[in-house]
Design a protein around this ligand. Structure first.
Ligand SMILES: Nc1ncnc2c1ncn2[C@@H]1O[C@H](COP(=O)(O)OP(=O)(O)O)[C@@H](O)[C@H]1O
Ligand SMILES: [Mg+2]
Length: 310
């Protein structure tokens, strides 16, 4: 089975697709076979980040059953070892997949004949996004240093927890626990999933321990994107610490990725950033994050890179 990374996080525009595309290249350069899957079903643009147009195949061929095997829908990219499954030609309704369709996609992703899969997810906390995130081995949450982005990340983690609890507890037990917590906002949304675990702990400690154990299996990786020089360099580590203290799962901060004006230029030029601008702090940051994801040694940026215009 391939090792699956999902790139998510609550907010739109933080750089999920940019990071998925460029980490895909970095992982492929480690000599591994990598498949990028665009699962931002309503607004696919991973192919654009990769500088690809006119893709003939994609997820739509699998969903409309014109092919049986998802791997037949992948297209090569300009990077050796790196393939993409685009959702470019999927109809607009596909943004609201049926549960069975979603399960079918997840099973097919698990069976892809590759070393790594990188899932590019949409913004927000729809069930699609959360279920794809939960289907990965490692969930990467991308955020930027603005308070709104950090707030959205915490909301996203809570939404993942809530979804996971719903999966484990099943509908009735979940509804009972929510009722007991009596902690719903006006629109009926539970504010903190941790309160549900506390509630179960009062009535059924053994079950609550099991919930904690299951939530503890989740692996969250944090990436701070669009980092600028004057910012607090320890912000990511601080957030990692708070998350590890507050939630049951393991959180690991993978690093800052420098803001670079040339990201825009690479997209306009239809070239993947790390290929067009390899000698920049941003590219070194991306390489370091990819190395951390796969347990390799991390390199300090070279002097030349540090002095590059950002
Ligand atoms: N490190 C970065 N430096 C500069 N601009 C960036 C960086 N990361 C992302 N961007 C910009 O932010 C925009 C949104 O990125 P995108 O990957 O599409 O976000 P998301 O997928 O999270 O919605 C991109 O068009 C790009 O111009
Ligand atoms: Mg995106």
């Amino acid at each position: 089975m391939a090792h699956i990374f999902a790139v998510g996080g609550g907010k739109g525009g933080t750089g999920k697709s940019f990071i998925a595309a460029n980490l895909g290249v970095m992982l492929a350069r480690q000599g591994k076979k990598v498949v990028l899957v665009d699962l931002d079903l309503g607004a696919p643009n991973l192919h654009t980040m990769m500088g690809l147009t006119n893709l003939k195949t994609g997820l739509s061929n699998f969903l409309n059953k014109s092919v049986k095997n998802l791997s037949l829908t992948s297209a090569p990219t300009k990077t050796p070892n790196l393939y993409i499954i685009s959702s470019l030609r999927c109809s607009l309704e596909v943004g609201n997949l049926f549960y069975a369709q979603k399960q079918k996609i997840i099973r097919a992703i698990w069976q892809l004949p590759t070393d790594y899969v990188v899932l590019d997810l949409g913004a927000g906390t729809t069930y699609n996004t959360l279920d794809f995130f939960l289907a990965s081995h490692q969930g990467l949450s991308v955020f930027t240093p603005e308070p709104t982005s950090i707030q959205n990340t915490v909301q996203f983690i809570k939404a993942v927890y809530l979804r996971k609890l719903k999966h484990i507890l099943k509908q009735h037990a979940f509804a009972t626990a929510v009722k007991e917590v009596g902690y719903e906002s006006d629109d009926g949304v539970v504010r903190s999933p941790l309160d549900i675990v506390d509630s179960v702990m009062r009535s059924d400690p053994a079950r609550a321990k099991l919930l904690q154990k299951e939530l503890g299996k989740l692996r969250f990786k944090l990436i701070l994107n669009q980092y600028r020089k004057h910012m607090d360099v320890t912000l990511g580590n601080k957030i990692e610490k708070v998350c590890n203290r507050h939630f049951y799962s393991q959180f690991q901060f993978l690093g800052n990725i420098a803001y670079n004006e040339r990201v825009y230029e690479s997209i306009i030029a239809r070239k993947v950033f790390v290929a067009k601008y390899p000698y920049t702090p941003t590219s070194t940051d991306l390489k370091n994050v990819a190395n951390k994801m796969t347990g390799r040694n991390v390199q300090a940026p070279t002097l030349k890179e540090t002095n590059a215009k950002v």
